[in-house]
Design a protein around this ligand. Structure first.
Ligand code: GDP
Length: 337
């Protein structure tokens, strides 16, 4: 069994690779819900949606979010009615938000609603929200405190950031199955997701960090940072705001109390060497995921290192030859950053 902690973009790309090399029945995903929002009165869970869509083959890989081939007629109509339109939801995407909102209104938990939607969409992997309690990522900026989606999508992460907090986390409980999945997995993988606003909220739920420390399998994280920058998005700004350097050292520091293995890019081979002390293993490989083959290759390498104990103190020179320039943010028909 493999357990993956994930957000919705870098995380979804990695999960896309994992599903190519592991039977879905053997994967449990613990997904960030700190970005969840009420939009037009509907409960939207952007990271759960992206992970559900990637596992059901519905994800728009061009945009990196939402349903492929979706239309945006409702968005247009809501704009005509004077409603806000900064958070883009496609028409088929809306069907999922409608169903989830109805299930929640009937008294179902987010776990139950997620499981129902997964069954209907044919997802065989187990997707668990990190918690059924509301935990909200709040970004403190000079203009005031913003929700993560206001900061990221509405304002295109242009505001300077003072700090980040997870409102409600101290009273939250892990969703059913979360602790058990971490404790019993053959390997626990932290996807190359934003350490502060995707993995951070999951770690803020009481009990989850402790479970990672007591996990039976190795805990391995794939770095979303290469050199001194994230592959995309605001992870660097947010890491700095939380007192961490934007580098693989910063990623290692964020997870230092439970991390066994850090998977980083071949371009970080020099820094990797300096991190190889104590019990932390650092493995360098090609971590940019552009194609289906890149994704599968990374997933295969991570599993080999985390489960089969492939030597993790060498840079894989063959894979380093595949390195190239970084992808720009996904181009979008209707853009969400
Ligand atoms: P969010 O929920 O939309 O914030 O998505 P995630 O937290 O799952 O993913 C965002 C992170 O993915 C960013 O910090 C990126 O640096 C990282 N990322 C995106 N594409 C790649 C990639 O191809 N390789 C690696 N290593 N990281 C990536």
């Amino acid at each position: 069994m493999i357990c993956v902690l994930t957000g919705g973009t870098g995380g979804a790309k990695f999960v896309d690779g994992l599903r190519q090399v592991t039977p879905p029945e053997e994967i449990t995903l613990i997904v960030n819900t700190g970005d969840d929002l009420l939009w037009w009165g509907l409960y939207v869970s952007p990271d759960i949606d992206s992970i559900t869509y990637v596992l059901s083959g519905m994800l728009s890989r061009e945009r990196g979010w939402g349903v492929k081939g979706d239309t945006f007629l409702c968005l247009q109509a809501m704009g005509q009615l004077g409603e806000p339109t900064w958070f883009h939801t496609g028409d088929r995407d809306l069907a999922v938000h409608l169903l989830r909102s109805r299930l929640l209104a009937e008294g179902k938990t987010l776990s139950e609603a997620t499981s129902t939607i997964c069954d209907k969409l044919g997802v065989k992997a187990r997707i668990l929200p990190m918690s059924n309690s509301r935990v909200e990522t709040r970004v403190d900026t000079p203009s005031g405190e913003l929700s993560f989606e206001e900061y990221f999508v509405q304002r295109w992460y242009q505001d300077p950031v003072n700090s980040v907090r997870f409102a409600g986390a101290s009273d939250a409980e892990p969703a059913p199955g979360v602790i058990e999945a971490i404790l019993t997995a053959d390997a626990v993988l932290l996807a190359p997701s934003n350490p502060i606003t995707s993995i951070g909220p999951i770690l803020a739920v009481p009990g989850i960090r402790e479970a990672l420390t007591g996990a039976r399998g190795k805990v391995a994280a794939i770095s979303p940072i290469i050199g001194s920058a994230p592959v995309a998005g605001p992870a660097g700004i947010l890491m700095n705001a939380q007192g961490l350097p934007c580098s693989i050292s910063g990623v290692a520091k964020a997870y230092e109390d439970f991390l066994d293995i850090l998977i980083c890019d071949t371009r970080d081979a020099v820094t990797a060497e300096s991190l190889r002390r104590g019990s932390l293993q650092v493995h360098c490989t090609q971590t940019i995921m552009r194609t289906a083959d890149d994704k599968a290759a990374l997933a295969r390498t991570v599993l080999a290192v985390a489960i089969s104990g492939l030597s993790s103190d060498n840079t894989n020179a063959d894979e380093s030859a595949q390195g190239g320039s970084r992808p720009s943010a996904a181009s979008a028909i209707i853009e969400r950053p």
